[in-house]
Design a protein around this ligand. Structure first.
Ligand SMILES: C[S@@+](CC[C@H](N)C(=O)[O-])C[C@H]1O[C@@H](n2cnc3c(N)ncnc32)[C@H](O)[C@@H]1O
Length: 224
């Protein structure tokens, strides 16, 4: 396992952009994007206009769960972090269609965003849904939940904040359960895996996993 945070947890996919997604990026991006700034800590209050709790999501993909959760929780602020451009375009379109106002997007590597932009002990929650599982042993060092990186993620959670992780890969679920359980400053809210959280809408990767008959493994930890 590797604590080197410069190892990328993703490979940029070249997914085709629809014309509508391209237009959304150009026209709506400036309204909802938070630019990556390596030397400025993000001021959530300035971003959302009040001192509300803020929840981050790493790797929202096409963003189906992201805008729905934000819409259903107007009292919170949400930060979606993703590198996949077509997904960002799609999420922007859904945000406008459903008038979602409490969600901002950072189009950048979440590891660097956590390292350089998010203030320590500042988030009320962190969502990681179906992260790339990197199943080969030689690629385990690219996992988002890995030793050396998980400490960085946890350091940005405020006391009492939750870390909600979902995967369809049993081995990655087990790996993450063991790693999170031995990470200082975290406690499991359940004995082992968490029950399905009814408030979480289905994501694209979840629909695929369920369609292929795979089970879902959920973890709900809390910052102490
Ligand atoms: C397997 S997909 C899952 C997408 C979505 N959560 C879902 O359930 O449908 C993982 C996503 O995480 C994104 N990702 C991985 N590492 C990332 C990072 N360091 N920063 C931002 N996004 C990342 C990838 O671009 C990809 O879209």
């Amino acid at each position: 396992m590797s604590g080197d945070t410069s190892i990328r947890t993703y490979v940029l996919r070249t997914g085709r952009m629809t014309e509508a997604q391209k237009r959304a990026l150009e026209e709506l991006g400036p309204r909802y994007f938070v630019p990556f700034k390596p030397d400025a800590r993000l001021d959530y209050q300035a971003l959302f206009g009040d001192p509300r709790p803020v929840v981050a999501e790493i790797g929202f993909g096409m963003g189906q769960a992201t805008w729905r959760i934000a819409l259903e929780n107007p009292e919170a602020g949400y930060l979606g972090i993703e590198v996949h451009t077509p997904g960002i375009g799609k999420l922007l379109m859904d945000m406008v269609e459903h008038d979602v106002r409490n969600l901002r997007i950072i189009h950048h590597d979440a590891v660097e965003v956590f390292e350089r932009m998010l203030p320590p002990a500042s988030l009320s929650g962190l969502h990681i849904f179906y992260p790339d599982p990197w199943p080969k042993k030689k690629h385990h060092k690219r996992r988002l939940i890995r030793e050396g990186l998980v400490e960085l993620l946890v350091s940005r959670l405020a006391p009492g904040a939750y870390l909600y992780f979902v995967t369809d890969i049993e081995e990655y679920g087990q790996w993450s359960l063991e790693l999170l359980a031995r990470t200082a400053g975290l406690r499991n809210r359940h004995e082992a895996f968490a029950p399905h959280q009814d408030w979480r809408p289905e994501t694209k990767f979840e629909a695929r996993a369920l369609g292929d008959g795979r089970a879902v493994w959920e973890l709900m930890f809390e910052k102490t």
